[in-house]
Design a protein around this ligand. Structure first.
Ligand SMILES: NC(=O)c1ccc[n+]([C@@H]2O[C@H](COP(=O)([O-])OP(=O)(O)OC[C@H]3O[C@@H](n4cnc5c(N)ncnc54)[C@H](O)[C@@H]3O)[C@@H](O)[C@H]2O)c1
Length: 258
């Protein structure tokens, strides 16, 4: 029997990968991971100067990336970005729907403005970026969508009521997308990271008490690094996951097992 016929199922080289929120944090890390794996990376963010720096850093290392400006809360901006990527690379094979925001405050003090801000990026943004790119993938005959959840998709986190609401929603919307897009050979999955040090989580890391609380709940003890997300991301972007859709991979050092 010869099942793999010499194929490396995890090979993603040559794929065009769009990453939203690629100016900083985990998105910037994903951009490097996919570029180092031989992909052409479309780095998109609302912080255009910073995302240009991400693309420049990747190109300086001899890999392929271009920067694109997008505000994921505006459909018009999403459409413009998609058209620019198609012009530059001709297709989009993988979407990493990563742009997200958080604002820590007690439930009873959440303002309508903050509620709208977080939901417009984390829910509406993820929804309409996926919708626009799915249309392109349908025409191409397939693709991979990776939406980014969180621990907050599963458990409540104090003073993160809106964030947790949106991240629970990301998993639910991904399930529906996976059902509707399956017949078009588009797999839709989620990655739910635990705690990773980025501009978003730096305040928790810097607060000794909060940090100790977090670390006491991680069986593998340490905070994650973006390299810890590379395996799951490459798996979900590659042929290795062709029969996996509507799933979520928790990358949390074991937190949710307890
Ligand atoms: N860091 C963690 O520990 C952690 C844990 C679980 C989930 N996540 C999720 O991972 C994703 C990335 O988080 P991070 O920690 O790297 O955060 P981050 O704040 O470092 O990066 C978020 C990026 O999204 C961009 N962005 C924000 N609003 C945008 C908009 N309207 N349009 C386009 N881009 C926009 C920002 O400019 C920024 O570059 C988020 O969805 C977050 O919820 C992070």
């Amino acid at each position: 029997m010869n099942i793999l016929n010499g194929q490396n199922l995890f090979d993603v080289s040559g794929k065009v990968v769009l990453i939203t929120g690629a100016a900083t944090g985990l998105g910037e890390g994903y951009a490097h991971i996919f570029a180092e794996s031989g992909c052409k990376v479309a780095c998109a963010d609302i912080q255009f100067e910073k995302v240009c720096q991400t693309a420049e850093d990747i190109c300086a290392q001899g890999f392929e990336a271009k920067a694109f400006e997008v505000d994921v809360t505006r459909q018009k901006s999403i459409r413009k970005m998609a058209a620019e990527i198609l012009q530059a690379y001709g297709r989009i094979d993988v979407l990493v729907n990563n742009a997200g925001v958080e604002h820590i405050e007690p439930f009873t003090e959440v303002s309508e403005e903050h509620y709208d801000f977080i939901t417009s990026v984390n829910l509406k943004g993820v929804f309409f970026v996926a919708q626009e790119i799915a249309k392109i993938m349908k025409k191409q005959g397939g693709g991979k969508i990776i939406n980014i959840g969180s621990l907050g998709s599963y458990i409540g986190l104090a003073e993160s009521s809106v964030y947790c609401t949106t991240k629970g929603g990301v998993i639910q919307m991904s399930k529906t997308m996976s059902i509707e897009l399956g017949p078009d050979n588009i797999q839709v999955n989620c990655v739910a990271p635990g705690y990773f040090i980025t501009p978003m989580t730096q305040p928790f890391y810097d607060d000794a008490e909060h940090r100790a609380w977090i670390e006491s709940r991680i069986p593998l003890h340490n905070w994650g690094t973006v390299k810890d997300l590379a395996g799951p991301m490459l798996f979900l972007a590659s042929d290795a996951s062709n029969y996996v859709t509507g799933a979520t991979i928790k990358v949390d050092g074991g937190w949710l097992a307890s």
